[in-house]
Design a protein around this ligand. Sequence first.
Ligand code: HEC
Ligand code: HEC
Ligand code: HEC
Ligand code: HEC
Ligand code: HEC
Ligand code: HEC
Ligand code: HEC
Ligand code: HEC
Ligand code: HEC
Length: 441
Amino acid sequence: MRWFKNTTMMSGLLCLMLFFAGAAQAADAEEAELGSEDKACQSCHDSDDIKAKVTQAGESISMRISTQAFLASMHNETSCTDCHEDADGKDHGKVPVPMKSKRDYRLSFQDSCTTCHKKDVAEFKDSVHAILLSEGSDKAPTCSDCHNSHTLRSVKLVEPIANVPCATCHEDIFKAYSGDVHGLERVAKGKSAPLCADCHKSHAIQAASLGDGIRDSCLNCHKDTAVQHEVWLPNSKLHFQSVECQVCHAPNAQRRVNLRMVDSAGGKQLMEKKGVPQFERLATAADGTSRGFDEKEMKNFLKAFNLENPDNKAILSGRLELRSGLEAHQLSTKEEALKDCAVCHQAGAVPFSSVVLTMAGPDGRSLRQGVEKEVLTSATSLGSLRGFYAIGSTRIKLLDYLLVLVILGVLCVPIAHMSVNRMFKARRDKLQAERQQASTK
Ligand code: HEC
Ligand code: HEC
Ligand code: HEC
Ligand code: HEC
Ligand code: HEC
Ligand code: HEC
Ligand code: HEC
Ligand code: HEC
Ligand code: HEC
């Protein structure tokens, strides 16, 4: 009884405390008011008289700052002069100061966020956007392209998808995304389905084709994916390494084989050093016909490349991907996903008829060279490919026969799954041993 009394009293007290805390906070919000210095700024900047400023590039920029929106923003506790130190001079607003362009003005603030947002600035630093900025791109986003300092609301608020900052510049992708399985789910249910930053990150955005970051973000939300696929797809983990998710989940898209140049020691994607163009030079030199590499040209290219880079020699790592990055944003429901093994596992399979060789450029985006499809089954590339699936190669003959059986329905799915796994276990082990041997050489 005493215990009960005590706890009720305690919780009563707690409720009371919470109530006061809540009330105090509400009062804070109501009383959010400009400091006197800021009021002085707003006497001009929130008045009907303030005129738009015309830049030297001819753009007109409104100088009107809404006090109401500013007070409702996450920056309501910062002062105008925290970001505009130079604006409280005597001549300010009286003597016009020339402004080159909107873009130029925006860029001048790029460092000013650092004082208060070190973490975000640091994350942004190595992103594809930041690299483009440092190279002088006039299109890559600055902090202010994605965040309006005067009106920004908490990023936790669920906004309509059209407000996502990425939509302004990546309009086509946004359109595709809005109609796909995630976009529709997001509109229907709010926050659970991914928006751009959930797959690409918000600040540390990398080139889409670099590494496996995007796939890993898929797996982060769809945690049971490997188990669910294993039921019908033998060795799903290997498929996930060699077949990008969207290759099956954007069922109408066109596919191709991407031979990525990776470090022969660590398997990491090779990236061209800034200011040392190598890929294009060597590829142009090797591609005699300009019709894409044939077997011999590919061999010469790899030889020349490895001569220049004795410390990180290149081998190739094959992966099925989509031909257009746009189509990666047209994912559909699981019922429509590609389940037919024959699309990939038969002689002359269409996805294997288009082949590119790529190396990551200095900003991470791919440098590309066309390759004739025969190269996939040639002796040279088999050596440097380390066992990527290639139709017609000996490794896969067995698989092709087996798959014919699967396709004919001779084996029912669970048995096929078991026997495929068993049959390939031995081969896999052997391959693994070979690979290990090769990499220790
Ligand atoms: C957290 C930083 C920050 C605070 C606080 C801030 N600003 Fe700004 N302001 C900026 C940035 C960044 C730009 C450039 C924005 C752009 O290019 O769109 C800017 C631009 C402006 C402009 C040019 C017009 C425009 O929108 O580009 C005016 C005028 C201005 N600010 C006035 C103010 C006033 C008045 C206050 C206080 C009520 C204030 N600012 C508070 C960061 C800030
Ligand atoms: C007397 C009215 C007045 C006051 C007070 C005033 N401004 Fe301005 N402000 C202007 C006018 C007019 C312009 C446009 C000037 C131009 O065309 O060059 C301007 C331009 C700006 C710009 C755009 C960049 C630039 O330099 O052209 C910023 C940022 C800005 N003001 C911030 C502030 C801040 C912060 C305060 C308070 C500390 C403030 N202003 C106080 C009138 C005023
Ligand atoms: C390409 C667009 C883009 C650019 C450029 C960008 N941001 Fe962001 N930022 C976002 C998005 C999207 C979110 C929301 C992430 C989320 O919902 O988890 C965000 C979140 C934030 C947050 C709040 C949450 C957090 O993660 O800390 C801050 C602060 C922030 N950004 C500051 C900055 C600064 C400073 C810069 C410049 C170095 C910058 N942003 C550049 C898109 C961008
Ligand atoms: C004087 C310090 C200061 C400066 C400079 C500043 N901010 Fe902020 N910013 C804050 C504070 C304080 C908050 C409130 C939320 C918090 O604690 O993160 C905030 C919040 C934000 C948020 C929302 C975070 C969220 O959790 O929703 C974004 C986005 C943001 N700032 C972007 C910027 C950008 C972009 C710049 C540079 C143009 C900038 N800030 C400059 C102090 C600053
Ligand atoms: C479900 C995850 C996911 C979401 C959500 C998503 N993307 Fe992507 N995005 C991808 C994948 C996968 C690729 C292709 C990767 C590759 O090339 O290997 C890609 C590629 C891209 C590319 C490169 C396109 C090209 O031509 O190579 C851009 C730019 C991009 N996305 C922007 C966006 C924007 C903007 C949004 C939001 C409207 C968005 N993405 C939403 C997964 C996503
Ligand atoms: C101010 C314009 C702008 C905004 C806003 C913007 N981007 Fe970009 N982005 C670019 C430009 C320019 C490039 C380089 C050209 C290209 O690939 O389209 C780029 C490149 C990319 C790439 C690499 C493309 C590749 O080929 O691999 C990705 C991924 C990307 N952006 C995602 C995003 C995401 C996600 C957002 C929102 C959080 C966003 N971008 C917001 C302008 C922008
Ligand atoms: C070889 C083609 C293929 C690949 C590669 C593939 N999927 Fe699938 N996926 C399918 C098919 C087919 C289904 C529908 C299975 C069924 O009929 O139940 C499916 C189902 C799904 C489902 C729904 C799961 C359920 O049962 O509710 C998700 C989520 C999914 N896949 C995500 C992924 C992700 C993430 C990846 C990459 C890591 C991926 N898939 C790679 C073909 C593929
Ligand atoms: C932020 C979490 C998140 C990320 C990241 C994410 N998804 Fe999803 N995905 C969802 C949600 C939520 C749904 C809708 C509910 C469901 O069916 O699971 C969904 C639905 C799907 C479906 C349809 C499933 C069905 O039942 O028809 C597929 C296929 C799918 N996602 C594949 C992917 C792929 C491929 C990626 C990476 C390129 C990815 N997802 C990234 C959360 C995510
Ligand atoms: C989108 C194309 C695609 C589809 C659809 C597909 N596969 Fe594969 N599969 C591949 C690729 C690519 C590899 C090669 C992986 C490697 O060696 O790197 C592979 C490898 C395999 C392997 C060899 C695994 C090993 O241990 O070496 C088996 C078995 C297999 N697939 C069975 C199937 C079956 C059964 C189906 C249908 C249920 C199927 N695959 C559907 C592309 C596909």
